[in-house]
Design a protein around this ligand. Structure first.
Ligand code: MG
Length: 401
């Protein structure tokens, strides 16, 4: 049998039990959408075929945003998402059909994984592939250590099953593609929409399903408490903390507004520059690039290139943030200090913080904007221009030096 395997990541649920309005798979976990963290595990493997994500139709924009942090080559490999249906079974079926459309063969293997399980390990993926290769249908399971009870509708205990014969089942569940595709079709034809995992679909169709060792750490992030626990785990992983500094200055010229921190502020002068001359966004961009040791704004966006003329500077900051995310990192904080006599920055501080946070894809409480005059001394004191300092703190995954 061919060794090819593909991955179906199911992320079409509407569940927002975790508290915000967003479906949980698109919520941010340590600065990065949960679904992006899950996808990363599979996209990093050299031996994987297609990786298809199934999402809800309403979440197209959320998905596009979530995968923006991947570098273009990885995003290309990911391809467009498949659109899910009303139930999980409908969504998996749609994803399996999408895989076939993308060239997956019936004898290939497919790993079906919950989008909300970002801690799936390399070893677990390998065991899933191996399990399906041997039996055609294999799922990860963990022993249960609590005593289990069955109960009736009134909450009365009806039995105490032997826990040694029980397993708590996780994903990725791995199957021969034809086997699980046919099983899903049959379940649909016979009106069975109550099957809660793909193993149950295979069992319904009469297949033997085997269990391999799951991992207790392969948690499904569902509730607010799960998100907190997951944040704690990731903070242990993202332990390589780096700081970068940026500085920028632009001089005044004729005009009626300045751009500061992505906000248009009316003023009796403008700042001159090749782009929109937003000193705050430039200083923050350099701070992030400095923190990862990846050149500076001038090396990424040469002023000699005409396409950056008049450019809106959020492009620069967004690019620097993407470079951090591409390394699996997160922005811990951004701080900008503006030095000028005029315009007054204070009245615009909150708008600037909100805009910078939006561009960087982080919470506004991770952004600070401070301002001062230079007591009428020096070129800022004489009103010849505006200075901005930027400071970025980022967290990268710990790697050996
Ligand atoms: Mg500049």
């Amino acid at each position: 049998m061919s060794g090819r395997y593909h991955v179906l990541v199911v992320a079409a649920g509407r569940g927002s039990r975790a508290g915000t309005g967003l479906p949980k798979q698109f919520r941010t976990l340590a600065g990065r959408p949960l679904i992006a963290r899950t996808l990363q595990v599979f996209l990093e493997r050299d031996d994987v075929g297609a990786v298809v994500t199934v999402i809800h139709e309403d979440d197209r924009a959320l998905f596009t945003e979530a995968v923006e942090g991947f570098d273009p080559a990885v995003r290309m490999r990911l391809g467009p998402p498949a659109m899910g249906g009303a139930t999980r079974q409908d969504s998996v079926r749609a994803g399996l059909e999408a895989l076939v459309e993308r060239g997956a063969g019936g004898d290939d293997l497919v790993l079906i994984h919950d989008g909300a399980r970002p801690f799936v390990s390399e070893a677990l993926v390998s065991r899933a592939v191996e399990g399906a290769r041997i039996s055609g249908a294999a799922v990860p399971g963990c022993p249960v250590f609590d005593t289990m009870k069955t109960i009736d509708g009134d909450g009365q205990v009806t039995g105490t099953p032997d826990r040694r014969s029980l397993r708590a089942v996780q994903t990725p569940q791995a199957f021969r593609l034809n086997l699980i595709r046919d099983a899903h079709r049959r379940a649909r034809e016979q009106g069975r929409q109550d099957l809660t995992d793909d193993a149950a679909v295979a069992e319904f169709a009469g297949h033997v399903v085997t269990v391999f060792d799951g991992e207790p750490g392969n948690m499904k992030v569902t509730t607010s408490a799960d998100f907190q626990a997951a944040e704690l785990r990731l903070s242990a992983v993202l332990s390589d903390i780096r700081t970068g500094q940026g500085f920028d200055v632009h001089s005044f010229t004729d005009g009626d507004h300045v751009w500061l921190g992505g906000i248009r502020i009316p003023h009796d002068r403008s700042l001159s520059g090749h782009s929109d001359a937003d000193v705050v966004l430039h200083a923050l961009t350099d701070a992030i690039l400095g923190a990862i040791g990846d050149g500076d704004i001038g090396s990424h966006f040469p002023p000699s290139e005409a396409r950056w003329k008049g450019a809106s500077s959020d492009i620069f900051l967004r690019h620097a943030v993407k470079l951090v995310r591409a390394r699996g990192g997160a922005i811990a904080s951004l701080n900008a200090t503006v030095v000028c006599e005029m315009p007054k920055v204070g009245p615009h501080r909150e708008a600037m913080r909100a805009r910078i946070a939006e561009i960087a894809g982080i919470a506004a409480n991770r952004v600070g904007v401070t301002a001062t005059t230079s007591e009428r001394m020096g070129f800022t004191g004489r009103g010849e221009g505006i200075v901005a300092w930027g400071l970025a703190t980022i967290r990268l995954p710990q790697e050996p030096d």
